[in-house]
Design a protein around this ligand. Structure first.
Ligand SMILES: Cc1cc2nc3c(=O)[nH]c(=O)nc-3n(C[C@H](O)[C@H](O)[C@H](O)COP(=O)(O)OP(=O)(O)OC[C@H]3O[C@@H](n4cnc5c(N)ncnc54)[C@H](O)[C@@H]3O)c2cc1C
Length: 367
């Protein structure tokens, strides 16, 4: 497969790069250390046409491709890592699953504000007892007359302190076939959002509690049997996560390279010490380990690992400066580390890759 960009894609990348350098370079460090969602940037990215890139124009999107969305998230991340979260939320996150399966009425209600960068959607999949084993989820949605009554709890949902719309994986009945999803709006009676907690990356999440939360039938996104479809949508989320890993690794690498050229110790620039040259050699080969495989799992595994190794080695090269919050290198290390867990941990991805190598399923459950 040829990974070279064609002329049109290169022109698109150039235009996003110019925009990012012009509008996002200033304030990149500040944004990384603020836990609040950068709403001002969200509106700017919306105006620039960088939200809804691969969505149909009829849905308010740009009618572009997933590759263009990947190009956009990488170009933005290479200038302002935190702003890339907005590109993720507007193209790769739960919004992607929503656009794929929502009814025209649901799209009309929620998409305009999401694509204008005025609102956010959060994904409620993980539960206290259902992490990697997500199909063990217990949150129930039971039909009562014309409404569904939701009971259960979710944890770790990114953007939950600020989102106004939640895509919640629920159980309508037993087994994997009983799983689907509903849309719950902030403020719905019976839905409470706990106190914000922070991931190591600085991103915030809050516990979500549903106690007799009644939602209308028109808020069902996918009924029983929807699990496979939800996970297909989630695969796109993984690509956004993989793209940011790689871009943040490259960001840190570039900064460390500049540092090693300029910073002198023992009367010589750091780049003249062989121990540090080895680091750049190792990282450079990891950086070329772009998704050589077709499957999302392989791409995510490769990018998460390369991104984190590059950022971590860049921090080491920059010594105390890299470890301090005065550059974005330590931030890149924290963010890339989180993506080794989020969106399918490295171990779970390897399990999946092993299944395709051996062309058989390895059930992770006892017996
Ligand atoms: C930054 C970040 C953002 C997140 N955002 C969201 C979000 O928006 N919405 C949401 O719903 N969730 C979100 N999550 C939660 C994420 O999906 C879970 O953390 C992830 O699925 C792992 O679940 P767990 O944390 O319960 O770990 P566990 O499942 O308890 O796993 C613990 C360790 O055991 C390993 N392990 C488990 N089972 C196996 C196995 N069969 N074989 C080998 N190793 C195994 C795992 O790889 C891991 O290393 C986020 C997490 C992070 C870190």
């Amino acid at each position: 497969m040829d990974f070279e960009l064609d002329e049109e894609s290169r022109a698109f990348a150039d235009s996003v790069r110019r925009f990012a350098r012009d509008k996002l370079a200033e304030g990149a460090l500040r944004r990384a250390h603020e836990s609040a969602y950068p709403w001002d940037v969200a509106r700017m990215l919306a105006a620039q046409g960088l939200l809804g890139i691969p969505f149909a124009e009829a849905d308010g999107g740009m009618g572009g491709t997933l590759l263009q969305a990947v190009i956009a998230i990488q170009e933005v991340a290479l200038v302002c890592p935190r702003s890339a979260d907005i590109v993720q939320a507007g193209n790769f996150g739960p919004i992607r699953t929503f656009v794929e399966y929502a009814t025209p009425g649901q799209k009309k209600r929620f998409l305009p504000d999401l694509l204008a960068g005025k609102t956010l959607m959060s994904l409620g999949m993980t539960e206290p007892d259902a992490g990697s084993a997500v199909t063990d989820l217990q949150t129930r949605a039971e039909m009562e007359g014309t409404v569904y009554v939701v009971n259960g709890s979710k944890i770790f949902s990114t953007h939950s302190p600020e989102a106004n719309l939640f895509l919640i994986y629920v159980r309508y009945g037993p087994g994997v076939g009983g799983i689907g999803s509903v849309l719950v709006e902030r403020g719905t009676p019976g839905f409470t959002i706990g106190k914000p907690s922070s991931f190591m990356s600085g991103e915030q999440w809050a516990e979500l509690h549903f106690e007799g939360c009644r939602i209308p039938a028109e808020n069902v996104l996918l009924g029983p049997g929807g699990f496979k479809k939800q996970i297909s949508g989630f695969n796109v989320e993984r690509l956004g996560n993989a793209s940011r890993s790689l871009a943040l690794g490259r960001y840190a690498f570039n900064l460390a390279r500049e540092h090693a050229l300029v910073r002198k110790q023992f009367g010589r620039p750091l780049c003249e010490f062989q121990g540090l040259q080895w680091k750049f050699a190792a990282v450079a080969s990891a950086d070329k380990g772009l998704p050589a495989a077709y499957e999302t799992a392989a791409a995510k595994l490769a990018c998460n690992t390369a991104g984190w190794e590059a950022a971590n080695e860049a921090l080491q090269v920059m010594g105390g400066t890299g470890y301090s919050r005065d550059t974005l290198v330590e931030y890149c290390v924290r963010r890339t580390r989180g993506w080794m867990i989020a969106g399918g941990s490295l171990e779970m991805l390897k399990n999946r890759i092993a299944e395709s190598i051996f062309d058989r399923r390895f059930d992770q459950r006892p017996g």
